[in-house]
Design a protein. Structure first.
Length: 373
């Protein structure tokens, strides 16, 4: 099997890295930027601090990004870009702010709505504004991926758009920015890291370089996520989770995610479970389904991490979720038969076909049934 590895994002990592923004813009030859962020950072004062530290390089702010960003927000951000004379973007926030900036920075050169490209198979134009990504969650890895995940409430859909134009130019990863993440968001975004690494590893598109990243990221999550949730200002735990997040991003951006991400879209859309928790909810279930796949390769991954086999690792994932206060079932939703059928139907997302084992509707139904009681 042939494989190719490509990673075009410059990564600058460490406490205080966000302070490198002005230099990063200079390195890109850019001088007028728009900050894309969400209302939390306007309130917390971080957005203002970043603008001040840019010493005039940031000339405007789009701050209306919401969790699971809407296509309408991307269109509004692109409109603001078209109306201002800027030559680069800075995204400050979790995956939502980063994804909104990626998409807006590409469609701003057209008159299109992002709807034209969302779930339609229409290829994105590759021309885009340079983007400096400053993640505040340890989380999505969006700062190094070519993916932007968007939602369209009107059409009731959530899903990724993939484009080589979505790679940020520079990622400034500053673990200090994650200190303000409350324990629940630390847990939810942290379990997303585990999903990226494990799904990237067992995906049909796996390759050796990404395998090594996946292993490293998983090891860090098991070692540090519990600590980061209990002690939000534990420097070592925050630093290691930030490291795990970016490395898991590298582990999945080429191989792509699989079944747990496919199922997360309806779980977020219909039940409003945040992205990371929604992915984590089904991870141990799929770990059992995939355990014997790829001729021992999946069990081998678990063994490298010190587990007996992938079944043992699935137990550990379940325990980790319970320990950090994440849901391990869907009992509280009192799901109707119709809702279960809807979850099954919408889980049939393209990512599901990247899973090493073929997933049938019966398997999905059995999984959701087992979670509802
Ligand atoms: N592009 C990719 O490669 C990729 C990968 C996985 C997920 N995603 C997408 O990213 C989105 C989820 O991103 P996320 O999990 O990073 O969360 P998010 O960006 O949606 O943020 C969630 C909430 O946490 C708050 N928050 C963020 N950082 C904070 C901090 N440091 N302190 C306090 N509050 C903070 C935000 O204000 C927001 O209210 C989803 O839409 C998901 O589908 C994208
Ligand atoms: Zn994810």
């Amino acid at each position: 099997m042939m494989w190719e590895y490509l990673q075009p994002v410059t990564i600058r990592f460490g406490e205080g890295a966000a302070g490198e923004l002005k230099q990063a813009a200079k390195d890109l030859g850019c001088s007028r930027g728009l900050l894309v962020s969400d209302p939390f950072f306007m309130k917390s004062g971080l957005a203002e601090k970043i603008v001040e530290a840019s010493e005039g390089v940031l000339t405007g702010i789009y701050s209306q990004v919401s969790p699971n960003p809407e296509v309408a927000e991307v269109d509004a951000c692109a409109k603001q870009i078209r109306e201002s004379e800027i030559d680069f973007l800075v995204a400050l926030g979790g995956g939502s702010a980063l994804d909104c900036a990626k998409a807006a920075g590409s469609i701003c050169f057209t008159e299109d709505s992002i709807r034209k490209y969302h779930g339609t198979g229409e290829p994105m134009p590759e021309k885009h504004l340079p983007l400096i990504a400053i993640p505040t969650t340890a989380g999505t890895g969006s700062e190094v991926t070519c993916v932007a995940v968007l939602s369209d409430k009107e059409l009731g859909k959530k899903g990724p758009i993939v484009s080589n134009g979505f790679y940020p130019s520079i990622a400034l990863i500053d673990p200090e920015l994650t200190y303000t993440l409350p324990p629940y968001m630390t847990a939810s975004t942290g379990i997303d890291v585990l999903c990226h690494a494990l799904e990237g590893f067992w995906s049909k598109g796996h390759q050796p370089i990404c395998d090594a990243f996946a292993l490293h990221a998983c090891r860090l999550v098991f070692q540090y996520l519990r600590i980061a949730c209990k002690e939000p200002e534990n420097k070592e735990a925050r630093r290691k989770m930030a490291e795990a997040s970016v490395i898991a991003g590298l582990a999945f951006t080429l191989p792509k995610t699989t079944s747990s991400h496919a199922c997360s879209f309806p779980l977020t859309n219909l039940l409003h479970i945040p992205h990371g928790e929604a992915c984590g909810l089904t991870l141990d279930y799929f770990a059992r389904i995939n355990a014997d796949a790829q001729e021992g390769r999946v069990h081998g991954f678990a063994k490298e991490l010190g587990f007996r086999d992938m079944y043992d690792m699935a137990d550990a994932i379940h325990q980790l979720k319970a320990d950090i206060g994440l849901r391990t079932d869907l009992k509280e939703f009192h799901l109707t038969d119709e809702q279960v059928a809807e979850l099954v139907r919408i889980s049939r997302h393209p990512n599901l076909y990247n899973n090493p084992v073929d997933i049938t509707d019966e398997m999905l139904d059995e999984m959701y049934q087992s979670m509802r009681q």
